[in-house]
Design a protein around this ligand. Structure first.
Ligand code: GLN
Length: 446
């Protein structure tokens, strides 16, 4: 396991080291707020005689997840002063297993973005290469893990927001099956896509966090009716016989330099005993517009509560350009006369895409692709919205189909980290984790 600090140092020393590192690397802007009570939390833990599963694991939490007493700003001015009054189910479960929360991470405003640049608190920097974007929207959660500012973190993924920054920052991340992890206490972007998942520097930690946060929650009616999952004890590097498919349409839209790395991954897995297939999946090229139309409508409706009366400010008066764009388009296409033309069509396409992805997965175990079709741009470089949306071409498929998808760091193009994406059938996270575990051998950052 790639622990950043030797096990001889005690918990308090580890936490102090992390706090010092966070100070030293303040310019990365990975955190919006720190937990000032963390040393007290450590002291409480140290007094306990029974250690639980995540004892002393230091976690950073994305700022759209409620952690009691800390601000869930969504990196917005709208919720700048919103202090959570309760713990989200995932946070409650982490704390129950003795994890420590070190702070709230930076992100794209309301999780709308792919670059980590739309935060009201300023952009996050990529610790592996400060000239390029860290990716988004879970920019701070990925950057904090990559920069050794915590053991692991939670991110959220609606269309790629865990996977995309993990790829650009060279860390592991997993977007779970929709319904595996409770969304209670998560501030919605588009609720029919939103998921919460872990980010870490090694796969064992990732699996451990996932099994703690996964499972039925009576407060989220979309969770599967299974309470206990066990991913760590089944974790193995032997992936002999796994059937892996590459998808023609996805390869065609991926940058050659990224594809070269994916090809090496495939060769590596072939040598480990996997069987490789090439398939094509009808309708997936419609994924991006389908995703965005639904996202705009659901986001518009989710933002109606920010009317300036209950929480903070009226969102339209204080939000950034991207959030406003989505509210305006969402409002427009939600009107009665246009609903049939856009939203309902998008729902039909979503169904079609889901069906064809599930059908493709019937005969194979996983689909492997790049995470983003292009390399990340320079931080601060202005790119048009449609270009920004294109980062999500390969990731939205998993959200549309509701299936799990993981990302493992596998290479570099010049000084830019590149990850691989592994998608599986619903609730088959174990296969993804095992493949990621096997791929630790070629992690360029270990
Ligand atoms: N980049 C995508 C969007 O802007 C995904 C965001 C996310 O997953 N939260 O909608």
């Amino acid at each position: 396991m790639m622990n950043s600090y030797p096990s001889e140092i005690n918990l308090k020393e580890k936490v102090v080291k992390y706090l010092e590192e966070i100070k030293k690397k303040e310019h990365l802007n990975a955190f919006i707020e720190l937990n000032n009570n963390i040393i007290k939390d450590v002291e409480i833990l140290e007094k306990k005689d029974k250690k639980r599963k995540l004892y002393g694991l230091v976690l950073a939490i994305k700022s759209n997840i409620n952690v009691k007493g800390l601000r869930a700003t969504c990196a917005s001015k709208t919720l700048e002063n919103y202090v959570s009054t309760y713990d989200a189910t995932v946070v409650k479960r982490l704390k129950n297993e003795d994890a420590l929360i070190i702070g709230m991470t930076n992100m794209d405003e309301f999780a709308c973005g792919s670059s980590g640049e739309t935060s009201y608190f300023g952009p996050t920097l990529n610790p592996r290469n400060e000239e390029i974007i860290p990716g988004g929207s879970s920019s701070g959660s990925a950057a904090a893990v990559a920069a050794n500012l915590c053991d692991a973190s939670l991110g959220t993924d609606t269309g790629g927001s865990i996977r995309n920054p993990c790829s650009h920052c060279g860390v592991y991340g997993l977007k779970p099956t929709y319904g595996l992890v409770s969304r209670h206490g998560l501030i919605d972007l588009a609720m029919s896509f939103d998921t919460i998942g872990p980010i870490a520097r090694d796969v064992e930690t990732l699996a451990k966090i996932l099994e703690v946060i996964a499972g039925y929650d009576e407060k989220d009616s979309t969770t599967y009716p299974i309470r206990k999952y066990d991913f760590t004890s089944k974790l193995k590097r032997d992936v002999t016989g796994y059937k892996i498919a590459l998808v023609k349409q996805l390869q065609e839209i991926t940058d050659k330099k990224i594809l070269n790395i994916i090809e090496k991954v495939i060769e590596f897995l072939h040598d480990k005993g996997c069987r490789i297939y090439e398939i094509s999946i009808p309708n997936i090229e419609k994924g991006l517009p389908t995703y965005y139309l639904i996202n705009f409508v659901e986001f518009f409706s989710a933002t109606r509560k920010y009317d300036g009366r209950r929480y903070g400010y009226r969102i339209e008066e204080v939000c950034g350009e991207e959030v406003l764009r989505r509210i305006l388009i969402g409002r427009y296409i939600s009107q009665k006369e246009y609903v049939g033309k856009y939203y309902r069509k998008a729902l039909q396409f979503r169904n079609l895409i889901r069906k064809s992805v599930l059908k493709a997965l019937k005969d194979i175990d996983v689909i492997i692709s790049a995470v983003t079709p292009k390399l990340p741009h320079k931080l601060g470089e202005k790119i048009p919205p449609l270009e920004m949306y294109k980062y999500d071409l390969l990731t939205v498929i998993a959200n549309l189909a509701g299936i799990p998808a993981g990302v493992a760091p596998v290479g570099k193009v010049d000084r830019i980290p590149v990850g691989v994406q592994i998608m599986a059938k619903s609730l088959e996270e174990q296969k993804i984790l095992n493949l990621m575990y096997c791929l630790e051998e070629i992690n360029p950052f270990k």
